[in-house]
Design a protein around this ligand. Structure first.
Ligand SMILES: Cc1cc2nc3c(=O)[nH]c(=O)nc-3n(C[C@H](O)[C@H](O)[C@H](O)COP(=O)(O)OP(=O)(O)OC[C@H]3O[C@@H](n4cnc5c(N)ncnc54)[C@H](O)[C@@H]3O)c2cc1C
Ligand SMILES: Cc1cc2nc3c(=O)[nH]c(=O)nc-3n(C[C@H](O)[C@H](O)[C@H](O)COP(=O)(O)O)c2cc1C
Ligand code: SF4
Length: 392
């Protein structure tokens, strides 16, 4: 369901009733909220998750501060997922939510401000930089590319599947960096050599993960591309496409099929779409889309060899067959990058903490939800708010 997806149905009800009608369903954008009232689709807007993500959503609208609203990313993992599991509700983008009865009293000012470098401007780096700066630390964030947002920029850009709500987190995060007084240095890749001249009290490593490839013959063939290449529209796909990896690859498979390709998904496990970040409701919706788009899903099946015109696979019985393919898309799970910077920081004696995908692939909406309060060792005491990860 995309933003306001149920509003057309609600409009039909509004039109026949002469009592006020409240419409709801993923209205997580103030412009959309205004539009559905203005065009007569609903009389009132009901917000549930949008309020969990930012309890001041309506107040900020009233005060003309639309840009200050922290928008819900529609993940469900912190709220609905935990609700059904009868767990305390949390929110992927609002650490404070649901902690009223806990010792957590929000970000506290530090009595001992430190110089801290955050390396990596993805969601994990931005959130930790924000939290640290609000506490009063002097924070510099380094990002090697020319944009903040990291892999979310790719994850939210699947061509024919709407995952754009994921990107909702980014404008607020960027704005808060500025407001919190973080110095942001773009287009600067921090190398082990840079570490030698670094003069800071602590470093937060929030660098990225690496794409993983299956260790099988033929992965270097020219008809083999990575799912990032597909999402980022680098190169054309052939008529018959095999996607290897039905967890992170299922969303791309739907999108590729919607573009008119014949798609087969190879998945070693027993379910497609079972990436950690694809919550059960979203997962069953995705599985329906795979069916609707006539994607052939081969479960319990492993790719054993890439060939010029296909992929050799074995099923659970060990029987081998070849699936024809003009293009093979690799959507294997990513791997944490191990981080060459850790050794350099250790040598230099700078306390360092790896968070987010470079440490463990926990996703923005990790089960136990993100923000972690912790003490950094030594004299640097901070409470970290970390989207997408724990602090080691
Ligand atoms: C197809 C796809 C769909 C996904 N869908 C979802 C989803 O629905 N929900 C979800 O929660 N997650 C999803 N994810 C995963 C999500 O994108 C990542 O978990 C998240 O982006 C990790 O955040 P991060 O900040 O740890 O790392 P990244 O987002 O990888 O950011 C790391 C940043 O560090 C920078 N960097 C790296 N090295 C250096 C250096 N030496 N110096 C300076 N900068 C550096 C990089 O340029 C990058 O900007 C998806 C991923 C993929 C591939
Ligand atoms: C944590 C949580 C609890 C909810 N509890 C109820 C409930 O008790 N009764 C109900 O009718 N709807 C409940 N809902 C559904 C919401 O009222 C709302 O219809 C739905 O979340 C879609 O709107 P939204 O996109 O603004 O979240 C709940 C939703 C969430 C996320
Ligand atoms: S957990 Fe996700 S879906 Fe639920 S309110 Fe927070 S951002 Fe929105």
């Amino acid at each position: 369901m995309v933003g306001g997806g149920r509003i057309p149905i609600t409009r039909e009800i509004t039109e026949i009733l002469d009592i006020p009608v409240i419409g709801r369903g993923r209205i997580n954008d103030p412009i959309l909220a205004e539009k559905v009232v203005a065009d007569g689709s609903v009389d009132l807007v009901g917000l549930a998750r949008a309020i969990i993500a930012d309890p001041d959503f309506p107040r900020k609208m009233q005060e003309g501060r639309r840009g200050d609203i922290r928008k819900c990313i529609g993940c469900d993992v912190g709220c609905a997922d935990r609700l059904f599991a009868q767990r305390k509700i949390r929110c992927a983008v609002n650490f404070d939510y649901g902690r009223e009865d806990e010792a957590w009293a929000g970000l506290m000012s530090t009595k001992d401000p430190k110089d801290i470098a955050v390396i990596g401007g993805g969601p994990a780096g931005m959130e930790s930089a924000r939290g640290l700066a609000y506490r009063g630390h002097n924070v510099t964030l380094y990002e090697k590319s020319d944009s903040l947002g990291g892999l979310v920029l790719t994850a939210s850009a699947i061509p024919y599947l709407n995952t754009r709500d994921l990107r909702n987190a980014l404008p607020w995060q960027k704005q808060e960096l500025d407001r919190a007084g973080v110095t942001v240095i773009m287009n600067k890749e921090i190398s082990p050599e840079d570490v030698e001249t670094m003069n800071v009290d602590a470093v937060i490593l929030a660098t990225d993960s690496e794409p993983a490839y299956p260790a099988i013959p033929g992965v270097q063939l020219p008809n083999v591309v990575h799912v990032y290449d597909y999402i980022n529209k680098q190169g054309a796909l052939g008529k018959k496409v095999v996607v290897i990896g039905g967890a992170e690859g299922a969303e791309a498979a739907v999108s590729i099929a919607r573009e008119g390709h014949a798609v087969t998904v190879i998945e070693e496990n027993l379910e497609a779409g079972a990436a950690d970040y694809i919550y059960p409701i979203r997962r069953s919706e995705l599985q329906e889309y795979l069916g609707d788009e006539k994607v052939e899903v081969l479960l319990n099946t492993s790719a054993v060899r890439m060939e010029d015109d296909g992929v050799a696979v074995t099923d659970s019985q060990g029987d081998e067959k070849t699936i024809e393919a003009d293009t093979v898309v690799i959507a294997y799970a990513r791997k944490s990058n191990g981080n060459a910077l850790v050794e350099a920081l250790r040598k230099k004696g700078i306390p360092n903490y790896s968070i987010g995908d470079c440490n463990e692939l926990l996703w923005c909406q990790s089960r136990d939800i993100l923000p972690t309060k912790t003490k950094l060792s030594g004299s640097v005491e901070v409470k970290l708010l970390v989207i997408n990860g724990r602090v080691k």
